[in-house]
Design a protein around this ligand. Structure first.
Ligand code: COA
Length: 243
């Protein structure tokens, strides 16, 4: 691509981002959230979208200047979200030990090809992680009613890093990853005893379907004891093309 083609392409991209920003403003969508939606919809990085409309300030405001699998080295302190690699596993388990070999299990699913295990890092510190299930919803009712949907699950931000936009950025990165693989409908399950997570998902455009699935699973506590959990999860859906 020569210089003038490159300039034309950038201008075209900026036009598209500006057009989406206008639509979002007319709908009264918060500008930071609008930028995140636009990045997902146009399959661009947040930084590219912000630059296209000269609003790099929004990246700091959101605290979510994340990069998915960056091609260039991140700047110090930048939030980076990338699929977990074999090399990452050592750092991850050393700094963020989770009983029950949870990191290893999610990574193994990624190797099998039915999931992406995305981890948020700031410099060399892991902050949180999320799983994108490519093989559909976890719950039976959700799978039956929405076979076209992939699911974002196992969202977790380490306690000391919560409330800084990391969870929001992980969801945006998982949506970006879903779109990259051609999935247009994404589900998230919210446990009925987790109103904070439900509020977050609704704020990010997920809508209740009325479907509730019961999930049972075992988990290992800090003390090494295996606990059994039974959860009622309501299914929320988001269409990645409707903005
Ligand atoms: C839910 C969770 C992933 C959010 O991550 P986060 O990085 O704090 O999220 P953000 O900073 O992007 O957004 C904050 C929002 O998360 C929601 N939230 C839910 N639980 C929260 C918690 N314990 N602390 C802070 N925010 C929480 C709130 O709605 C908050 O929005 P508010 O300003 O309207 O109150 C994180 O709190 C967490 O790991 N919780 C424990 C595990 C969990 O509940 N996972 C979801 C399973 S359904």
């Amino acid at each position: 691509m020569n210089d003038s083609q490159g300039r034309a392409r950038s201008e075209h991209m900026a036009e598209r981002v500006r057009a989406h920003c206008l639509v979002a403003r007319d709908r009264g969508v918060h500008e930071v959230r609008a930028l995140q939606d636009i990045a997902v919809e146009l399959e661009l990085s947040l930084a590219d979208c912000a630059t296209a409309v000269g609003r790099e300030d929004l990246l700091d405001a959101a605290g979510s200047s994340w990069m998915l699998a960056p091609s260039s080295p991140p700047t110090p302190g930048q939030l980076v979200i990338r699929p977990c690699t074999v090399d990452d596993l050592g750092d991850l388990t050393a700094q963020w030990p989770v009983p029950g070999d949870v990191h290893e299990a999610h990574h193994a699913r990624q190797l099998r090809g039915d999931a992406a295990y995305l981890v948020a890092w700031r410099d060399t510190t892991p902050l949180g992680s999320v799983v994108l299930r490519r093989d559909g919803c976890t719950g039976e009712r959700g799978r039956a009613a929405h076979p076209e949907s992939v699911e974002i699950c196992h969202l977790q931000v380490r306690e000391e890093h919560r409330g800084q936009g990391v969870g929001t950025a992980l969801i945006a990165a998982a949506e970006h990853e879903a779109l990259r693989h051609g999935h247009r409908v994404v589900a998230m399950g919210a446990a009925d005893d987790n109103p904070g997570a439900l509020r977050l998902y609704e704020r990010l455009g997920y809508r209740a379907t009325g479907i509730v699935d019961v999930t049972e699973y075992d988990w290992v506590g800090e003390d090494g004891v295996v606990h059994h959990a039974r959860e009622h999860d309501q299914l929320l859906l988001k269409s990645l093309t409707s903005g």
